[in-house]
Write a protein that binds this ligand. Structure first.
Ligand SMILES: NC(=O)c1ccc[n+]([C@@H]2O[C@H](COP(=O)([O-])OP(=O)(O)OC[C@H]3O[C@@H](n4cnc5c(N)ncnc54)[C@H](OP(=O)(O)O)[C@@H]3O)[C@@H](O)[C@H]2O)c1
Length: 224
């Protein structure tokens, strides 16, 4: 991995140092894209566009995270399984993806809203402590961030997907976007890394790494 830009001045080539959060609490979102903007490949998963360099950063970010926040759509499509740190599944419907229904207590949290049709069943499956009801008709993502921080989970990593990233930007909950550009174009019809209604996020580049043509960046959200 070659360091092209490092305005944080970590003076290190170790991924763990290059990806250290500058302060806490800190919420970052990690995504991968082809050069023509596809957020998934022909399999319908990001696994068909990512590569070894992206996987190395994915692992380094998970290593530093206190919790991983993921949209229910991504958890379903990508077949998420229990991880070393708690997984926070964000869902309007309140449905816990099948793979995660038998998770050990506290390994899976559900973030949903009080009007969620699946709320009662989720409470029965996960236990009331592990179901975060944030908002009435929509999940309030800023309140979710606050609740996770109040539980001592201060380094937060979201792994998307595109609709959740859009809503996290809209809620002002994102501190950093980690984005890998793999050196491929694939054409076709694929989601971009941000999907849904328009949202304008103003970002500044903090770190840029290169590995065999793959560009891996850290962009910080400019505070207004
Ligand atoms: N390139 C990348 O880095 C990357 C990363 C992740 C995913 N992906 C790809 O993206 C695709 C999935 O896209 P997607 O946009 O559908 O993913 P997504 O945002 O994870 O899933 C959308 C679903 O997640 C829940 N959700 C998202 N935002 C929510 C919010 N603010 N409040 C309540 N619930 C919310 C809802 O679930 P309910 O229906 O349960 O209410 C919604 O239907 C897959 O192909 C996946 O492989 C790519």
């Amino acid at each position: 991995m070659r360091v092209l830009i490092d305005v944080l001045g970590s003076q290190s080539e170790e991924l763990a140092d290059l990806y250290r959060p500058p302060r806490l609490p800190w919420l970052r979102v990690n995504m991968v894209s082809t050069l023509d903007g596809a957020a998934n490949g022909e399999s319908g998963r990001s696994g068909s566009i990512n590569n070894a360099a992206d996987k190395a950063v994915f692992a380094a970010l998970r290593e530093q995270a206190d919790a991983v926040i993921v949209g229910a759509g991504t958890a379903r499509t990508e077949g998420y399984r229990v991880a070393a740190v708690p997984l926070v599944i964000v869902s309007h419907q309140g449905q816990i993806p099948e793979n995660l229904r038998d998770a050990p207590a506290g390994k899976v949290l559900l973030a949903t809203c009080s009007s969620s049709p699946g709320l009662d069943e989720a409470v029965a499956q996960l236990g009331a402590d592990n179901v975060l009801v944030v908002g009435e008709s929509q999940v309030d993502l800023a309140a979710l961030k606050d609740q996770l921080v109040a539980r001592g989970l201060t380094t937060l990593l979201s792994e998307g997907g595109p609709h959740l990233l859009r809503d996290l930007f809209d809620a002002g909950a994102v501190d950093e976007l980690c984005l890998t550009f793999v050196p491929r174009t694939i054409g076709g019809v694929h989601p971009r890394i941000v999907m849904g209604d328009a949202v304008d996020a103003d970002l500044e580049l903090a770190v840029l790494l290169e590995n065999d043509g793959t560009l891996l960046g850290r962009w910080f959200v400019r505070s207004s």
